[in-house]
Design a protein around this ligand. Structure first.
Ligand code: RB5
Length: 147
């Protein structure tokens, strides 16, 4: 799978560790930065990752900021993209099974690097269930198109 990844200054260590883990699993990872510990505005990175999925370059994305929340708010502003901020294993699994989420957003100041890697692992290796959940995801898309 081709996976987009990005972070701000709140998540550089996590981003690099997740990237290494995913590459070792055989995935191709497109790294949208940051690449060194500098202060940046998280919406700029979230936009790049979300657009790479919207335009078909990548299939999934992982974003890391201090909380995961700013990244998720920004990524969800790209039409058609579903991004989820989360910090537990159950949510990582069910946001794929039920929400067909494109991007997970993790908090570098919320979870440790080891947990972040496990969350990314679950996220990329869990498939959408479809069925009644497709109906619900379609309703999310309808809200987006109506408003
Ligand atoms: C940056 O200090 C911080 O606001 C950012 O990483 C993130 O937590 C925003 O939601």
């Amino acid at each position: 799978m081709k996976i987009a990844i990005g972070c701000d200054h709140g998540g550089l260590e996590h981003k690099n560790a997740i990237k290494e883990f995913l590459e070792n699993q055989g995935h191709e990872v497109v790294d949208f930065g940051i690449y060194e510990q500098v202060s940046v505005d998280y919406p700029d990175i979230a936009k790049k990752v979300a657009l790479s999925i919207k335009n078909g370059e990548c299939q999934r994305g992982v974003l890391v900021c201090g909380t995961g929340i700013g990244m998720s708010i920004a990524a969800n502003k790209v039409k058609g993209i579903r991004a989820a901020a989360l910090s537990d294993h159950f949510s990582a699994k069910y946001t794929r099974l039920h929400n067909d989420t494109h991007i997970i957003c993790l908090g570098g100041r919320v979870v440790g690097v080891g947990v972040a890697i496990e969350l990314a692992d679950i996220f990329v290796n869990t498939e959408f269930e479809g069925g009644r959940h497709q109906t619900r995801v379609d309703k999310i898309t309808a809200i987006e198109n109506e408003n």
